[in-house]
Design a protein around this ligand. Structure first.
Ligand SMILES: *Cc1c(COP(=O)(O)O)cnc(C)c1O
Length: 422
């Protein structure tokens, strides 16, 4: 602990370090200090990977990857990246305004606008940045904007809202009635931006998009939808849940990532040409950073194009998710209800959640990241399993058996759900 009697300026650099040591110590006390697994993915063998453990390298099966469809190793995607690097080199060489706007990036934006049936799209260096920069900029450009935000929105959206400096109100998760109450309380004339996600990744539950759009229409509000956990995986061409539900044209701004089901890196928004032009012109998080490199753009475009015409990955992923859910339910493990590809298993205690994850990795060669606060609310700690097209029946059987053993070892409750998915 730092000594409050002596100022840090007397102690010097070591004194400042004390602040950081204290901050980290607090995380240990709360059982939420994070340890990253050093993984070596193997193209062609996903979900198998080498874990560089403290005892040396060991082969494991990854069960919590957001490379949801295995597109990060798809031959078309890998080839596109290599070919683009060979033709165009590695980096973009500048911001969008200063020599960084490369042709593969323009093609990618065209592909994304087409995917979502919008006039235009704009690519950012990550999904996180796309939310933060777009939401803050859009809200700032609307005079007296009121932001209505779902209670479980991702941190990148919350940061965008905060940065806008505009007034925000939070509606209960997926609660259309509560949203309507807030809209009606705001009065007829207040410009309002509704910000929400389509598929909430920690519980695997889905927003009632059409009903939210009905309310937005009735009150003349604008809609901003994060489809990060749905693009590539839902809808006929992989455009997401809004597309699947026939509501995509009703959403003003769709945000997505190139880093999850598309297997690459980067984020984007799609919307009207005018809105895209404004965000392009005003968002600091877009303007003052180097453009996405040509090889990444080319690889992302290849993944999007493939998933526009191929249903195989989507169908197989849903099939795998169903199989995992029924295997775990048959083993009386507390699978949380979800109708999507996300399979959360409830634990409800941060230390046990971490211990379960550690045992799975060290004893069973199964890697599932513990999900603790602040990613989810305290008391709802869980393991979040994401079956992909690459997980075979044998892996699923091994997963169920390993979980049963770990549940026994830690004395975790079987066969009952302490709580439903939010
Ligand atoms: C992962 C995630 C993001 C950020 O996307 P990245 O491309 O990983 O930066 C945004 N929104 C949600 C809901 C996410 O889960």
């Amino acid at each position: 602990m730092t000594n409050p009697q002596r100022s840090v300026r007397e102690v010097g650099a070591a004194g400042y370090d004390g602040f950081f040591a204290d901050a980290v110590a607090r995380l240990h006390v709360e059982r939420r200090y994070r340890i990253f697994a050093d993984l070596e993915r193997m193209a062609g063998r996903f979900p198998c990977a080498v874990w560089h453990s403290p005892q040396g390298p060991k082969e494991v099966v990854i069960w919590c990857s957001n490379d949801y469809l295995g597109m990060g190793q798809h031959p078309k995607v890998v080839r596109a990246m290599i070919e683009a690097a060979t033709r165009f080199g590695t980096g973009a060489g500048g911001t969008r305004n200063i020599a960084g706007t490369n042709h593969p990036l323009i093609e990618l934006e065209g592909e994304l606008a087409d995917l979502h049936g919008k006039e235009a799209a704009l690519v950012f260096t990550s999904g996180y940045v796309s939310n933060q920069a777009s939401i803050s900029t859009i809200a700032k450009l609307i005079p007296d904007c009121l932001i209505l935000s779902d209670a479980l929105n991702h941190n990148s959206m919350i940061e965008g809202i905060r940065q806008s400096g505009m007034e925000k109100k939070i509606f209960r998760h997926n609660d259309v009635g509560h949203l309507e109450d807030l809209l009606s309380a705001a009065g007829r004339h207040r410009p309002t931006l509704i910000v929400f996600e389509s598929l909430y990744s920690m519980g695997g539950d889905v927003a009632p998009i059409s009903r939210l759009c009905d309310v937005a229409d009735r009150y003349g509000a604008m809609t901003y939808l994060d489809e990060v956990h749905a693009v590539g995986m839902y809808g006929e061409r992989g455009a997401g849940i809004a597309a699947r539900d026939g509501a995509m044209h009703r959403i003003d701004v769709i945000e997505g990532t190139l880093a999850k089901a598309f297997g690459c890196l980067g984020g984007y928004i799609a919307g009207s040409a005018t809105l895209i032009d404004a965000v392009r012109s005003y968002a600091p998080g877009f303007i003052f950073t180097t453009a996405l490199p040509p090889p990444i753009c080319a690889a992302a475009t290849a993944a999007i194009r493939h998933l526009k015409i191929s249903d195989w990955e989507r169908n197989r992923q849903q099939d795998r998710a169903r199989r995992v859910k029924s295997a775990l339910a048959a083993a009386e493990l507390p699978v949380m209800l979800s109708n999507t590809h996300v399979v959360p298993v409830a634990i409800g205690d941060p230390a046990k959640c971490k211990a379960a994850s550690d045992l799975l990795l060290s004893k069973h060669g199964i890697y599932i990241q513990p999900i603790n606060y602040p990613t989810v609310a305290k008391g709802t700690e869980r393991l979040r399993i994401t079956p992909t097209p690459c997980h075979d029946d044998h892996m699923i059987a091994e997963l169920a058996a390993a979980l049963v053993e770990v549940w026994g070892e830690l004395g975790l409750p079987r066969g009952c759900l302490p709580y439903a998915a939010e």
